[in-house]
Write a protein that binds this ligand. Structure first.
Ligand SMILES: Nc1nc2c(ncn2[C@@H]2O[C@H](COP(=O)(O)OP(=O)(O)OP(=O)(O)O)[C@@H](O)[C@H]2O)c(=O)[nH]1
Ligand SMILES: [Mg+2]
Length: 271
């Protein structure tokens, strides 16, 4: 197996296309099922465990390792177990590119996005280079319609405000073609193999910071007002599965519900 390869991780809400993208990147066939991918899953999310595979991707003329993870906000995932699993499975790896996936149809800022941002921000730390050099925004399903500049600007602005600084030239408009990925892959290879992101080994700390971020965003971001209800339901579901998170969040869900009842808020549309 080729030793000159780069490692990519994908994060995002359930169903955004993480596994589908992995299949496309490694095999040029989004339906190859190297990573299990489903359009109408019976369960909430399809990928339930961390999976990674390394392949020579002929269509991209390089060897790549792709890490596929469960969707952020899948309430059936126990976050403490997941955090421990991240360390167990990935702590020896250097991740050269971390993708935050959103679909071109996700024109509203959502609770899922906040969870993905907080995850990428707190469960990884940079090694050798700045995080900004490894972070990418990937917009999926662009073959349906290309996002306009306002959509892209709005997303980047929301990500920045919520704690993830992604540069304008790190936006990939994935439209199911090799051409839409090639410039990104080329740039990933300009990063040294041993530079990028590493899993934060202190899971306790990562979890604490993760829940602290959720509190801050839901309390302070005016754009999240409309999302309070959605957040409240999600958090309750997650807290049922996660004793530790429940303790750390305290009475957060109640506070959010109270806020949602009191504040109408402006529309949260990004565009
Ligand atoms: N045409 C097209 N369909 C996509 C794309 N991304 C995802 N899909 C569709 O969406 C379905 C769900 O995608 P998955 O890759 O399973 O989503 P996921 O992010 O891995 O979801 P979880 O594992 O549940 O977190 C796929 O089966 C495809 O039908 C895309 O870029 N283009
Ligand atoms: Mg998946």
């Amino acid at each position: 197996m080729e030793s000159n390869y780069r490692t990519i991780i994908a994060a995002g809400r359930p169903g955004v296309g993480k596994s589908y993208l992995g299949n496309f990147i490694l095999s040029n066939n989004p339906n190859s099922q190297m990573f299990l991918s489903e359009s109408n899953p019976l369960e909430y999310g399809v990928t339930k465990t961390i999976q990674y595979k390394k392949e020579y991707a002929k269509h991209l003329n390089c060897t790549l390792e792709y890490i596929d993870i469960p969707g952020s906000g899948d309430p059936t995932i126990n976050i403490t177990d997941f955090a421990n699993d991240l360390v167990k499975q990935l702590s020896s790896k250097t991740i050269n590119a971390a993708l935050m996936l959103v679909s071109v149809q996700d024109d509203r800022a959502s609770a899922y996005e906040v969870l993905t941002i907080s995850f990428l921000k707190n469960f990884f730390k940079s090694k050798g280079i700045s995080s900004k050099e490894c972070l990418w925004l990937m917009i999926t399903r662009c073959q349906l319609n290309m996002p306009n500049q306002n959509f892209i600007k709005g997303k980047l602005e929301f990500l920045r405000r919520t704690g993830l600084d992604i540069s304008e030239n790190h936006v990939i408009l994935f439209d199911n073609t090799v051409d839409s990925l090639s410039p990104f892959i080329k740039e990933v290879f300009t990063i040294q193999q041993d530079q990028g992101l590493q899993v934060e080994k202190n899971t306790e700390q990562a979890l604490q910071n993760f829940s602290k971020d959720l509190k801050t965003v839901t309390m302070n971001d005016p754009c999240m007002k409309k999302e309070f209800e959605q957040f409240e339901v999600l958090m309750r579901l997650m807290m049922e599965q996660n004793d530790k998170l429940a303790v750390q969040l305290g009475k957060q869900a109640d506070a959010i519900q109270a806020l949602a009842n009191n504040q109408g808020g402006d529309s949260c549309n990004l565009i």
